[in-house]
Design a protein around this ligand. Structure first.
Ligand code: FES
Length: 170
């Protein structure tokens, strides 16, 4: 079986049984991005905890994705990968790391992984900018649906390579 067949099979398996899909009501932070080119959107929620050694790590991650099956597959494996990572470790992860379990994505689908990376970065920014209760409240307030966000859209653009990812919150 070729690499691309293998990747396609793994993507199909992840889509058939996505892990950690859905809103997280008690999330500490949330990040949402959209791609103007394909119109797809990804939102990621993070919940943190402190380890026995006093390290702050990601306890759980969950996601929602509208429009793109590959982004669902990448977000599924990414949210599994993120559990137990420190904020610093999570910040080092790029799209290729997040989607590594699926194998190399076909060129047309690389931006799907970058969308997941963008949503993670947004969630990490909202976490590192402020970890107070106020931020948690605002994360909860932002637990509206992706479609609501899409309607509200505009916002600043996060440029990364050829990918234009639009930050949808704030
Ligand atoms: Fe645009 Fe997958 S086709 S995120």
């Amino acid at each position: 079986m070729s690499d691309s067949d293998n990747t396609e099979q793994k993507i199909n398996e992840a889509i058939a049984n996505p892990k950690n899909m859905g809103e997280m009501a008690d999330a500490d932070s949330v990040g949402t991005v959209g791609s103007p080119e394909c119109g797809d959107m990804v939102r990621m929620w993070l919940k943190f905890k402190e380890t026995d050694e006093g390290k702050k790590v990601i306890d759980r991650a969950s996601f929602q994705s509208f429009g793109c099956q590959t982004a669902i597959a990448v977000a599924s494996v990414a949210t599994e990968l993120l559990a137990g990572k420190t904020v610093e470790e999570a910040q080092q992860l790029e799209a290729t790391d997040l989607s590594a379990d699926l194998g190399p994505l076909p060129p047309m689908k690389i931006h799907c992984g970058q969308m997941v990376e963008g949503a993670l970065r947004e969630a990490l920014v909202s976490e590192s900018s402020e970890t107070s209760g106020a931020e948690i409240d605002s994360a909860e307030e932002r637990n509206d649906t992706l479609l609501d966000s899409f309607a509200a859209a505009p916002a600043s653009n996060l440029k990364k390579g050829n990918l234009k990812v639009v930050k949808l919150d704030e």
